[in-house]
Design a protein around this ligand. Structure first.
Ligand code: ASP
Ligand code: MG
Length: 410
C-alpha cells in the first residue's frame, strides 16, 4: 500500500462532468489499495474571474482582502469533488488550507509554505477517508488567509506530499507530460520519460508553464518525485526526479521559448564605476525584474548596455531608464518589443563541449541573427527577432535530435 498525493488542475475539474471523471480516477487509486490525498485547483477560469472582480472594485485592492477573495475558487472545487466521491459511496473529506493548517509566511499573493500539520489528515486516512485539500492557499501565523501565487496548487500538492512523506506526487493536467518542446510548434516533439529537477527548473523559468517553479524547488529540496500526467487518459507521463547518470548522456533535453520579454538598450554611457547600479537600482525599486544583461567592452570611455525586462513592465521600464540615461549622460535609449528568447536545456551540457556553438551554427544556417546570449551550467539562451521563434525552435529541436523515436509510445 502506498500513499499517493494527486493534484488536479483547473481544466481537469472545469465542469461537473470532469469532476466526476476525477472522482472516478481518485476512487480507482483508492480501490487499488492506496491512501489518497487529493489537491485541487479552482474550476478553470474561476481564479481569473475572481481577480477581475477584485480589480473592478479598485485598481490596487488591499493585499489581505485580495487573498481572501481569490482563495474562494478552491472552496467550490474541493467540496464538489468530495460530494461526488461521497455519492459514489466513498468516505471523503475536504479541507481548506487553514483547516489543516498549511502555515505560510505573510507575503500575500506569493506566500511561501513554512509548515504543514499532518495530524488530522493522517487520522482521517487511518479511518479510510479520501482527503481533498484546497490548493493555492494557506494561513499565516496571525491567522490571515494567504495565497501562493498563480499556479500555486502545484506547490500545495508537493508540500503535502513532502509533509506526508508520500510515495509519489502525481500532478494531473491537460497535457500528457513534459515535452522536448511545445508540441503546438513542433508536432514531432516527444514526451520525456523523466527530467531532472534542475532541468525542469530551467524549463519552467524559461517559459514552460506546466509546473509552478516553486513546486519544483520544493520537490528538489524534499526529494519528492513528481509524476506529471494527463487526467484525460492513462498514458504514463513524465517523472521529475533526482538527476541520474543516464540523463548526462543526453546532450540537450529540451528547447523552450519565451515571447514575454522586451529589450532595452542604453547607448554611450560614460564608463565609470557605479554606472550599472545607477541604471538598475531604479528598476529594482519599481519591482521590475531584469533578466539578460549585456554590457559592451568600453571604447573611448563609453559603453552600451542592453537588457531584457518582462513585456508587462516594458512601458514603465523604458520611462525609468530614459530618465536615468539623461542623468548619467548617456546618448540615448532604444527599446524593442519584437524579441523572443529561445533556449536549449540539458544537464548533459556540463560534461560535453560544443553544444553552444552547435546552437549558434544552427541558427545562423537559417539566417537568424542572435542579438543576445546568456548561459548557465545547463542552458544556453539566445535573443532573436520574434518572427523567427517558430523556425528557431524547429531547427534546434531537429539539430539536437529530439524528435519522437518511439512512435508506439503515443
Ligand atoms: N487556482 C489558482 C490559479 O489559477 C491556483 C492553481 O490553479 O494552481 O492560479
Ligand atoms: Mg497549473
Amino acid at each position: 500500500m502506498a500513499l499517493v498525493v494527486q493534484k488536479y488542475g483547473g481544466t481537469s475539474v472545469g465542469t461537473i462532468e470532469r469532476i466526476r471523471n476525477v472522482a472516478r480516477r481518485v476512487a480507482k487509486t483508492y480501490d487499488d489499495g492506496n491512501d489518497v490525498v487529493v489537491v485541487v485547483s479552482a474550476m478553470a477560469g474561476e481564479t481569473n474571474k475572481l481577480v477581475a472582480l477584485a480589480n473592478e472594485v479598485c485598481e490596487f485592492p488591499s493585499e489581505r482582502e485580495y487573498d481572501v477573495m481569490v482563495a474562494t475558487g478552491e472552496q467550490v472545487s474541493i467540496s464538489l469533488l468530495s460530494m461526488c466521491l461521497q455519492s459514489m459511496g466513498y468516505k471523503a473529506k475536504s479541507y481548506l488550507g487553514f483547516q489543516i493548517p498549511i502555515i505560510t509566511d505573510s507575503a500575500y499573493s506569493k506566500a511561501r509554505i513554512q509548515k504543514i500539520d499532518d495530524k488530522k489528515v493522517r487520522e482521517d486516512l487511518k479511518n479510510g477517508s479520501i482527503i481533498i485539500v484546497a490548493g493555492f492557499q494557506g494561513i499565516d501565523k496571525e491567522g490571515n488567509i494567504t495565497t501562493l501565487g498563480r499556479g500555486g496548487s502545484d506547490t500545495s500538492a508537493v508540500a503535502m506530499a513532502a509533509a506526508l512523506k508520500a510515495d509519489v506526487c502525481e500532478i494531473y493536467t491537460d497535457v500528457d507530460g513534459i515535452y522536448t518542446t511545445d508540441p503546438r510548434l513542433v508536432p514531432e516533439a516527444s514526451k520525456m520519460e523523466k527530467i531532472s529537477y534542475d532541468e525542469m527548473l530551467e524549463m519552467a523559468s524559461l517559459g514552460s508553464k506546466v509546473l509552478q517553479i516553486r513546486s519544483v524547488e520544493f520537490a528538489k529540496k524534499y526529494n519528492v518525485v513528481i509524476h506529471v500526467r494527463s487526467s484525460f487518459n492513462d498514458n504514463p507521463g513524465t517523472l521529475v526526479t533526482k538527476e541520474d547518470a543516464d540523463m548526462e548522456t543526453v546532450l540537450v533535453s529540451g528547447v523552450t521559448y519565451n515571447k514575454d520579454e522586451a529589450k532595452i538598450s542604453v547607448f554611450r554611457i560614460p564608463d565609470k564605476p557605479g554606472i550599472a547600479s545607477r541604471i538598475f537600482s531604479p528598476l529594482s525599486h519599481a519591482n521590475i525584474t531584469v533578466d539578460m544583461i549585456i554590457q559592451n567592452v568600453s571604447s573611448d570611455g563609453y559603453t552600451d548596455l542592453t537588457f531584457t525586462v518582462p513585456k508587462t513592465d516594458y512601458k514603465k521600464a523604458i520611462k525609468i531608464v530614459e530618465e536615468t540615461a539623461k542623468e548619467v549622460g548617456a546618448s540615448g535609449v532604444k527599446g524593442d518589443e519584437n524579441i523572443a528568447k529561445v533556449s536549449i536545456v540539458g544537464v548533459g551540457m556540463r560534461s560535453h563541449s560544443g553544444i553552444a556553438s552547435k546552437m549558434f551554427q544552427t541558427l545562423s544556417q537559417e539566417g537568424i541573427n542572435i542579438q543576445m546570449i546568456s548561459t548557465s551550467e545547463i542552458k544556453v539562451s539566445c535573443v532573436i527577432e520574434s518572427k523567427y521563434t517558430e523556425l528557431a525552435v524547429r531547427v534546434l529541436h531537429e539539430a539536437f535530435d529530439l524528435a519522437k523515436k518511439d512512435v508506439k509510445a503515443e
